[in-house]
Design a protein around this ligand. Structure first.
Ligand code: GAR
Length: 190
């Protein structure tokens, strides 16, 4: 059984889909949810799903070994970012080589980088009159949104789309592809 930790900062709808994917699995399970916002919906999901959670501060993430220690204690094998808005520190990247993945709600390398998250991404895509957007699943490296790409899926952007309607389309792609891509990676790297 491979243990997964999810890092999230927001509502946690992707986290929920990942939890669902592995609920009955003998391959992997979500064993920890790490979050940097006390009011984030993902923490309520953790309570409801009886999954341990860890609320972190910038200090604990960047200046202490609290996260690494907890991950090691739980024998965490994969770290999955699902709407996590802080940079992953280098010591975590070094401890989990090619074992930390992220989903970005656009077609990288466009609309990525610091400050590009959630609705801001969809607003920028609409403002630039793009005909296409989508998702990018990629490994994490030390630069925001620049790690090796694993998968991209596209959706069309119509002239009627708003940032909200585009967000919905992109969420549907995320739910359809992120959990199964995580499962595939775990199977291939057992
Ligand atoms: C998702 O759309 C995810 O792709 C995005 O945040 C949203 C989280 O929604 N991540 C980023 O923008 C990372 N740069 P959720 O909390 O409902 O899963």
């Amino acid at each position: 059984m491979k243990h997964l930790a999810i890092l999230a900062s927001g509502a946690g709808s992707n986290a929920q889909k990942i939890i669902d994917q592995f609920r009955e699995s003998s391959l992997a399970k979500v064993s920890l949810i790490i979050c940097n916002k006390a009011e984030a919906g993902v923490l309520q999901i953790a309570v409801r799903e009886h999954i341990p959670s860890l609320l972190i501060s910038r200090h604990s993430l960047y200046e202490t070994d609290e996260v690494l220690t907890r991950l090691k204690l739980l024998h965490v094998h994969w770290i999955v970012l699902a709407g996590f808005l802080w940079k992953v520190p280098g010591k975590l990247i070094a401890a989990f080589p090619r074992r930390i993945i992220n989903i970005h709600p656009a077609l990288l390398p466009k609309y990525g980088g610091k400050g590009m998250y959630g609705m801001r991404v969809h607003e920028a895509v609409i403002a630039h009159g793009e005909k296409e957007s989508g998702i990018t699943i990629h490994y994490i490296n030390e630069q925001y949104d620049e790690g090796e790409m694993i998968l991209q899926k596209t959706c069309s952007v119509s002239p009627e789309d708003t940032p909200e309607s585009l967000a919905q389309k992109v969420h549907q792609l995320e739910y359809a592809w992120y959990p199964q891509t995580i499962e595939k990676l775990i199977r291939e790297n057992k």
